[in-house]
Design a protein around this ligand. Structure first.
Ligand code: THU
Length: 159
């Protein structure tokens, strides 16, 4: 038997350490977060995506009375980017979450299904996507790529 250890690398930032392009993405993600449609969970998520031509796309979670029919902010954002800018590469995504029920001061990472969806674009464009995420306040975490957050990704090469 062999045991493999697969590390995950995270960089932690304070608010005043954020690069300029990330400050811009953060603002757009926060604006989108406040427009989220989340009447069932009271958990609002905003995501902002930076494309390689400088375009910024933002989106939020959209819930549904039939709960599984709702969708996360990250997937709305990257799918919109894929739909409207199919030739462009996604460089970075910034995610922020706010709960109406309690203060979120720790980084909120993208869910598993969103990681799988974003992985598809990383493979398709053959370029890593920086994943930045936070709660409403507090530290900001950065993963240098999606596959760092989802080791052993399943992709089309296995089909
Ligand atoms: N949500 C997101 O938008 N992104 C995630 O990565 C995790 C969860 C949304 C889905 C649902 O509307 C609410 O947060 C509670 O799960």
């Amino acid at each position: 038997m062999k045991t493999f250890r697969i590390p995950v690398f995270i960089d932690e930032f304070d608010m005043d350490e954020l690069p300029e392009d990330i400050q811009r993405l953060k603002k757009e993600a926060e604006k989108a977060r406040e427009k989220a449609y989340a009447p069932y969970s009271d958990f609002k998520v905003g995501a902002a995506v930076l494309l390689d031509d400088g375009t910024v796309i933002s989106a939020n979670n959209q819930e549904n009375a039939a709960f599984p029919s709702g969708m996360c902010a990250e997937r709305v954002a990257v799918w919109y980017a894929g739909a409207q800018h199919p030739g462009r590469k996604i460089l970075k995504i910034f995610i922020t979450a706010r709960s109406e029920k309690h203060r979120l001061d720790k980084p909120v990472p993208p869910c598993g299904a969103c990681r799988q969806s974003i992985a598809e674009y990383e493979v398709k464009q053959n370029r890593e996507i920086e994943i930045w995420f936070m709660g409403e306040t507090g530290k900001i975490w950065r993963s240098p790529s999606l596959k760092n957050l989802l080791p052993l990704i399943f992709d089309g090469s296995d089909l």
